[in-house]
Every structure is written in C-alpha cells, then in structure tokens.
Design a protein around this ligand. Structure first.
Ligand SMILES: Nc1ncnc2c1ncn2[C@@H]1O[C@H](COP(=O)(O)OP(=O)(O)OP(=O)(O)O)[C@@H](O)[C@H]1O
Ligand SMILES: [Mg+2]
Length: 229
C-alpha cells in the first residue's frame, strides 16, 4: 500500500543527499520501524511520505496514488489536493501530542473525526476502549498523564480509518513503562484496524515490536536484523 522507489532528497547547503535512492514497500496492515542517528533524515522521510516535503526525484505511491505528483493534472480526479489526500489516507502521531488542551479527551478525538468528515461514534468508543482511555473521555487534557495523552493522540490518528499511520518518536516524551504500554497499543490497534504503520523511534524496545525493523543509514534503509528482512 506504500511504495517508495528511488527517492532522493537534499537540502541546499549540504554536499550529500540526505535521502539517497531509498526504496521501501509496506503492505496493508504491516508495521515497519525506522531507527537511525539523530539528523540522518528520519523525520524528513516521514515528511516526504506525508507530502509536507517534496522529493528531488523518485516516487512515493500510497494506495496507488502518487504523492509526489499529487497536484499534477493526472492525479487531480483522484485527490484534488494534498490536504484531502491526508484527510482520507493518513494518520499522524507526533512526539509532542498536539492535542487541544481546552477540550476533554472525547472532544479531542471527535473534533478531528468531524474535521476529516468521518465521525463514527461507535468506532470512537471502540478505539478508546481498546486503548484504555474510554473512562477518561470527560477529563480535560490537562488532567491526563503523558501516556494517556499519547493514547488519545493514537485514537485521534486512527478515528477516520486511515490506511497508513506515520508516527515520529511517539514515545519520545514517555517513561519506559509508559513507552512500552503505548507502543504495544499502537502496534496492536493498527494491526486490528489493518492500518499500515511506519514508526520512527530511538528506542530499540519500540523498534523490535514492529513486523520489520529498519535503520536509516547514509540515505538508505537497511534491515537491522537479517532474519527479519
Ligand atoms: N527544511 C529544512 N531545510 C534545511 N535542512 C533541513 C530541513 N529539515 C531538516 N533539515 C536537515 O536535515 C537533516 C535531517 O533532519 P531530520 O529532522 O530528518 O533528522 P532526524 O533523523 O529526524 O533526527 P532526530 O533523530 O534528531 O529527530 C538535519 O541535518 C536537518 O538540519
Ligand atoms: Mg526527527
């Protein structure tokens, strides 16, 4: 469902391309983790997949839709712009939860669902229940722990039934126990929803829970374990 072919990206001022003929294929419902040194281009890769950044060359295709040429004439009938593409196909989870502090847990998730034109109360209840936050629905965000807030952010990313979740260090602000719990729930919920998942993480514990653990090194993705490739 996600196919990246010969992707290249340089930022002006650097001599070597950050992403250098990178290839990746992720199947529907599959989870892939990406580790790598700070500054190697992990967040940039997620931005390219989400269409926030444009590649210098190469192709990114999600659900048969070419992201890199989304505004060009040939794809206009499928997705009129990159925002509608994101609304339909993508869910994003950040290190900082990016929730609305003035809303309670329920409204944070419901608001996003409405914004994406896909409000489904029963599905939201099921998701929040699965993530162990249904009993917190009425609580203001300010009264939730970091782990609870991140579980809200995961529910929010999944509530419109996207086919792909991109998570950039989703447990970066959590302690070890909470990180273990949140990452386990992230993988499980995506698997159950048959949503593909690409997780960038500095934590080996989080990375090894994925179906495939990869490392971004010198602009390409390598397997961290030959047996898992
Ligand atoms: N918009 C931009 N313009 C110029 N340079 C950029 C831009 N975005 C990122 N970079 C540079 O690209 C490199 C990779 O950045 P990126 O954020 O992708 O790294 P990362 O692997 O996610 O690192 P970390 O693990 O610290 O989050 C860095 O050297 C960064 O300064
Ligand atoms: Mg980063």
């Amino acid at each position: 469902m996600l196919i990246i072919k010969d992707l290249r990206k340089s930022f002006s001022g650097s001599d070597k391309p950050l992403i250098n003929n990178l290839n990746l294929a992720v199947k529907a419902g599959e989870s892939v983790s990406i580790q790598g040194a700070s500054g190697c281009g992990k967040s940039t890769l997620l931005s390219l997949i989400a269409g926030f950044e444009r590649p210098d060359s190469g192709n990114i295709v999600i659900n048969n839709l070419p992201i890199a040429s989304i505004n060009e004439e040939n794809t206009k009938s499928i997705a009129s712009d990159i925002d509608s593409f994101r609304k339909q196909h993508l869910g994003i989870v950040f290190q900082s939860f990016n929730l609305f502090d003035c809303f309670n847990a329920w409204d944070n998730i419901a608001f996003t669902a409405r914004l994406k034109g896909n409000a489904d109360k029963a599905y939201q209840v099921a998701l929040m229940d699965q993530l162990g936050i249904l009993h917190l629905a009425e609580k203001p965000l300010s009264q939730l722990s970091g782990g609870e807030q991140q579980r809200c952010a995961i529910a929010r990313a999944l509530v419109h039934r996207p086919s792909l979740i991109l998570a950039d260090e989703p447990t970066g602000n959590l302690d070890e126990a909470s990180s273990d719990n949140v990452s386990r729930l992230l993988y499980e919920t995506c698997k159950q929803a048959k949503t593909a998942l690409v997780v960038v993480t500095h934590s080996s514990d989080v990375a090894t829970k994925a179906d495939r653990a990869l490392k971004l090194h010198k602009g390409v993705l390598e397997s961290t374990n030959a047996d898992m490739a």
